[in-house]
Design a protein around this ligand. Structure first.
Ligand SMILES: Nc1ncnc2c1ncn2[C@@H]1O[C@H](COP(=O)(O)OP(=O)(O)O)[C@@H](O)[C@H]1O
Ligand SMILES: [Mg+2]
Length: 373
């Protein structure tokens, strides 16, 4: 029997729905359950063919256990090695190479010294940093946000250099990014599962949490197809199996804003019943596919195209805006119908999604006189 295990945290709803959906399909030799760990000892197999990981970003103990499971042949969704290695700044850098547009972005050293460091640890940093060049390049207004954050924590809209230094002074040891503002006319949140199944959801970040996922889209099929295509490209390039991507449309041009959400929001009350149904069905179908493809004792993880190319010694585009990498076509675009329940395994029919947050507008603070040091 091939077992699909779910590793999850505080969320309710999705975990049981996912497990039930896999089991309701009654696929021969495949079953799903909530993972139960009572000890972790080297050399001991996890017992799972596939694991869907919804929580290791918050629990380092789980992350390491998942790596052990992966070394033993478990297909872990998402790849715990890659998820440990990347961050938003790196992903922006990589996104360029798929041909999608990302906002201009600069990396900012943390305001406070990291633990166990002193000024002596930073003798390679030029002081003061070349702020003028950074501000000239990014422009104002800009967004300042952590290089590895989520849930709108420490996301600030910044209007000028004084406000930048005042806000930066409040970010402690966080490494931040300063990013060009995209003045968008419409905004989408997109689920991507298996680097291929895409659901594009019109989204209004400034509505109350449970009203942000909209049901009406622009009806512009060309745009929706472009978005779905870019989302699939990006996830195949980065190697994420289960992710959500935020895309802002400025003058008809999509910019990817946030695409590092490997445990995307699945609360039915937040994302709505149709999106919830799509995620449950698509995730269950995909996990079954991965279980059927899994070969024990081998590497069953997904690795991004760019890593595969690097390993195979192929030439990869390294110039921003370079040619797109070849990607599998996405299978569907918004607006989507919930897939029908079926006993035989079929590809999911539709696309869209993701997280908890507080609108950035509210986090903008008044300017202070405080200057950088
Ligand atoms: N460069 C940007 N241009 C315009 N809006 C932005 C930009 N960056 C962030 N935002 C706004 O702030 C919100 C939160 O930022 P995001 O990058 O998604 O961080 P998080 O990962 O914490 O959700 C976005 O949903 C968007 O509304
Ligand atoms: Mg976001």
């Amino acid at each position: 029997m091939k077992k699909i295990g779910l590793l999850f945290g505080q969320e309710n709803g999705f975990p049981q729905a996912f497990i039930d959906r896999v089991n309701d399909k009654q696929i021969d030799g495949i079953t799903a359950e909530a993972i139960s760990i009572e000890k972790v000892i080297q050399g001991t197999p996890s017992g799972y063919t596939v694991i869907l990981d919804r929580i290791s970003q918050d629990v380092p103990f789980y992350r390491t256990w998942l790596k052990q499971a992966a070394l033993d042949g478990t297909a872990v969704i998402n790849n715990p090695f890659w998820w440990s290695a990347d961050d938003k700044f790196v992903n922006n850098e990589l996104a360029h190479r798929t041909g999608v547009k990302v906002p201009k972005t600069a990396l900012i050293p943390s305001r406070d010294l990291p633990l166990n460091t002193s000024d002596q640890s930073f003798r390679n940093l030029v002081y003061p940093f070349d702020w003028d060049a950074i501000f000239d390049h990014i422009g104002f207004p800009a967004y300042m946000k952590p290089y590895n954050g989520g849930g709108w924590k420490h996301v600030y809209k910044i209007h000028d250099r004084e406000e930048f230094f005042a806000q930066h002074a409040r970010t402690g040891q966080l490494v931040m990014m300063l990013q060009e503002e995209i003045k968008y006319q419409s905004y989408y949140r997109c689920y991507c599962i298996g680097g291929r199944y895409v659901r594009v959801i019109p989204y209004d970040p400034y509505q109350p949490e449970n009203q942000r996922y909209l049901t009406e889209d622009s009806g512009d099929t060309t745009l929706l197809n472009t978005i779905a295509d870019q989302v699939a490209q990006l996830n195949q390039y980065l190697g994420y199996d289960f992710n959500s991507v935020e895309i802002a449309i400025q003058n008809g041009v999509p910019y990817v804003i946030d695409f590092w959400n490997p445990a995307p929001e699945t609360n039915e009350k937040v994302i709505g019943t149709e999106n919830f149904e799509w995620v449950v069905e698509t995730a269950a179908t995909y996990a079954i596919q991965r279980a059927q493809q899994q070969t024990p004792g081998t590497d069953n993880l997904t690795w991004g195209n760019f890593l595969q190319h690097a390993i195979q010694g192929q030439q990869t585009a390294i110039v921003p805006g370079a040619k797109r990498v070849a990607a599998k076509k996405p299978t569907a675009v918004s607006p989507a119908k919930p897939p029908k329940d079926t006993k035989t395994l079929k590809e999911p029919k539709a696309p869209k999604v993701e997280e908890k947050e507080t609108p950035a507008r509210k986090t903008a603070v008044k300017k202070t006189k405080k200057k950088e040091e």
